[in-house]
Structures are given as structure tokens and as C-alpha cells.
Design a protein around this ligand. Structure first.
Ligand code: Q9C
Ligand code: ZN
Length: 341
């Protein structure tokens, strides 16, 4: 399987993450992608290629123009406003407050952030742009006939909505890839999100549409991030009714329980008959992930890959989360090797 990768991810290198009331070294750090790339090379998974440049249009097919401009300029504007640290929101649009966008950068952070942990820094926009280009290049490979491709995206994307960032995500790489497939002639795309966290951004983007079926297996939002979306009752709206499927699961969920949900999701995907399957591939379901609570073991990721392969669909793997950095390479590449066996 071919891997798409660019070093430009290193431009996303925040010094701080707001965690437990402290500013800590971010869990989502550059070494994550390096460990995955090392493992891709070590296992001879296949060639590693640079992304092509598809420009802004496919990003703007998903994201709001003003939001994209905000991400680009916010770090410099934050500095100009006289703030010394990295840009972190301190306000939000609380219930019954106004959705009028403020002028001041501090207010705009509250307006565009869906969570407060993710600092905006110089270089973030460029890295997020490059990450989206990695996903678009992966999509082009599938379109050209590849059975599977691994887009080693960083920063991740599945928490980002059309006009909100947070949860370490800025541009929604999976959504951008799905829309690109549709714009190139696909009729139906399924996105299966196996990251520990609910893919709230992807769900929100496609919630009222039937041409993208979103399925997510994740920690119950009653207990974990993103807290405010991802319940089983969320099944889509309008034309999208029936095309959103959530499997929230409790703390300490082991692989056999998780796998039963995977099989249910795959059965629904088979009925849907998509042209392409996109996997939002987070490996933060791992038993020693520092911010998650599932109990998957490294070998389980091989089984996961084999189960995904049984769908028999062209499959676009897009890297999302995974924060046990020492094991992220083994776990992510196990899914890809399990798929190929
Ligand atoms: N104090 C992805 O996996 N909450 N994002 C962190 C640590 C945010 C995860 C809590 C988790 C975001 C792509
Ligand atoms: Zn995650």
C-alpha cells in the first residue's frame, strides 16, 4: 500500500495545550507522524510519496471562507493585540448569546473554536493545508484505481466542522476527501471513523445528506471529548435521516465488544453500497493511550484491518488520533498490514 506524507506537518508545533488547568506539551505533537512513517518504512508497507497540490478549491468545498482566513491570520493578529502566549480561546458562544462575529481576535477565537485545548500558532495553517493536500492526493490515487492508500495526515481533521476548529483539528481531511470523490463522479461515500473520539466535525458536515454515510465507534460523549455530540440517537436529519450511525461505548471497552460494533457498522456499509470507503484511522483506542479509555491491544489492530478489508471496497485510510507515541507506529501500520493480509 502506498503512503502519502509530507514533512510540512512539522510546521504544526504548538508549545502549549490547555489540559487540566495547566499548559502542557501537546499530546498532538510532530513525533507522532515520524513514528508512523518510521514503521511504514520498517515494515516495507510500500512506497512513500509526496502530495500533489490541489489548491484551495477542494478545501473551500467543505470549509467556510472566513473561517479559513481566520485560521491563517489569527496567530499574527493575536500577537498584534499584545498577547504573549499562544492563541487560546477564553470565551465561547454560550446558550442564548449572539452568533454575530466579533471584530477582536480574542472574540473571534471564541466564535470559531469548538474546544479550548488547541492553541493556534504560526505554521498551523500551512501544516493543515498540507495535511488536506495529503488526503486529496490519497483520494486521487483511489480514483486512479488503487485498492487502498494511506494518507499519513497530520494535523488530524475529524473534529473540525465547516467553520470550527478544536480537538487538535483545523481542516477536516476525511470530509475534504469524501467531497472530492463525489465531485469527481462518485455517487456514495461511506466514512467509518475508528478513532477513540467521536468524529463530530465529519458528522456535522454531512448530517443532512444521503450521499455520505458516516459511522463512528467512540467513547461515550457522556464520559469523554467531544462531550457535546456523538450519541446513539443522532441518526441524521432531512435527506440525511438514516445516514449517520453512532456507537458510543463505555470506559474500559475491550476489543470483542468494540469489534461487535464494527461488524454492525460494516453490515450497514455493505447495504449502502458506497463507491469508496474512507477510514478515519485513529489508534487512540489503544489500552495505554494517555487521553482515552478503551482497551485495544496491538494485535487487535491487525484484526481491525482484516475486518475492514472484508468490506471489499476501495479504501482510503486517513490518519487521525493516537497519543501513545511509542506504539502509534506499530498500531497504525498493524491496521494497514491486517488489511493487506
Ligand atoms: N487533557 C483527536 O484524537 N481532549 N483529538 C484532550 C487531554 C481533546 C482528540 C484532553 C482530545 C482531542 C484527533
Ligand atoms: Zn481521537
Amino acid at each position: 500500500m502506498e503512503t502519502i506524507y509530507t514533512e510540512k506537518h512539522k510546521l504544526r508545533d504548538a508549545k502549549t495545550e490547555l489540559c487540566g488547568g495547566e499548559l502542557v506539551e501537546p499530546f498532538e505533537r510532530p513525533s507522532r507522524a515520524e513514528y508512523v512513517l518510521d514503521r511504514v518504512r520498517e515494515t516495507d508497507l510500500g512506497p512513500v510519496s509526496d502530495p500533489d497540490d490541489f489548491g484551495m478549491d477542494p478545501i473551500l468545498a467543505i470549509h467556510d471562507t472566513e473561517f479559513v482566513a481566520f485560521l491563517k491570520t489569527a496567530p499574527a493578529r493575536w500577537k498584534e493585540a499584545g498577547f504573549n502566549g499562544e492563541a487560546i480561546p477564553t470565551t465561547w458562544v454560550g446558550r442564548r448569546m449572539s452568533h454575530i462575529r466579533p471584530n477582536h481576535v480574542e472574540g473571534q477565537l471564541g466564535y470559531y473554536a469548538l474546544a479550548g485545548e488547541t492553541s493556534l500558532t504560526e505554521g498551523t495553517w500551512e501544516a493543515a493545508y498540507a495535511s488536506a493536500q495529503v488526503a486529496l492526493t490519497g483520494a486521487a490515487r483511489i480514483r486512479a484505481g488503487a485498492g487502498a492508500v494511506f494518507s499519513l495526515c497530520r494535523p488530524p481533521g475529524h473534529h473540525a466542522t465547516a467553520d470550527m476548529y478544536g480537538g487538535y483539528c483545523f481542516f477536516n481531511n476525511a470530509a475534504i476527501s469524501a467531497q472530492h470523490f463525489l465531485d469527481q463522479g462518485a455517487k456514495r461515500v461511506a466514512i467509518l471513523d475508528v478513532d477513540f473520539h467521536h468524529g463530530n466535525g465529519t458528522q456535522d458536515i454531512f448530517y443532512d445528506r444521503s450521499d455520505v454515510f458516516f459511522i463512528s465507534l467512540h467513547g461515550d460523549p457522556l464520559e469523554t471529548f467531544p462531550y457535546h455530540l456523538g450519541h446513539a440517537e443522532e441518526t441524521g436529519s432531512g435527506a440525511g435521516t438514516g445516514f449517520n450511525l453512532n456507537f458510543p461505548m463505555p470506559p474500559d471497552t475491550p476489543f470483542d465488544v468494540w469489534q461487535a460494533a464494527l461488524h454492525k457498522g460494516l453490515a450497514r456499509i455493505a447495504e449502502y453500497k458506497p463507491d469508496v470507503l474512507i477510514i478515519s484511522l485513529g489508534v487512540d483506542t489503544f489500552e495505554t493511550d494517555p487521553i482515552s479509555f478503551f482497551k485495544l491491544k496491538s494485535d487487535d489492530f491487525l484484526t481491525m484491518g482484516a475486518d475492514i478489508a472484508s468490506a471489499g471496497l476501495p479504501t482510503h485510510f486517513i490518519m487521525e488520533g493516537g497519543y501513545d507515541v511509542d506504539e502509534i507506529g506499530v498500531n497504525a501500520v498493524n491496521v494497514l498490514q491486517g488489511f493487506e493480509r
